[in-house]
Design a protein around this ligand. Structure first.
Ligand code: FES
Length: 104
């Protein structure tokens, strides 16, 4: 699928997440300081949007707003119950102030 520009870095405030639907993928972009991470937006516990959850900047995780499972933003790994399965993670680069994600 290749590279997709999702937004400008300035449009994603530090400590927040946003959902993007692109190329058949549902992606949660999350920003920790000046680093942006992209993981699958669909919680692996139930179908809930991870981008609606809270970004934990200290642990580089995002917490599902529905039942509280946390996911590692760097790998998509499920860190706490009730989720046990990882979600996808996607490479992100910042190019000229734009957030670019590579999809498989
Ligand atoms: S739907 Fe995310 S923890 Fe249950």
């Amino acid at each position: 699928m290749g590279e997709h520009t999702l937004c400008a870095l300035v449009d994603l405030a530090p400590g927040t997440a946003q959902r993007f639907d692109v190329g058949g993928h549902r992606i949660a972009l999350a920003r920790v300081n000046d680093t942006v991470y992209a993981i699958g937006d669909r919680c692996s516990h139930e179908d809930f949007s991870l981008s609606l959850g809270e970004v934990d900047v200290d642990n580089c995780e995002i917490e599902c707003a529905r039942h509280g499972a946390s996911f590692d933003l760097t790998t998509g790994a499920a860190m706490t119950f009730p989720a046990t399965e990882k979600v996808a993670s996607y490479p992100v680069v910042i190019v000229g102030g734009a957030v670019v994600v590579t999809l498989p």
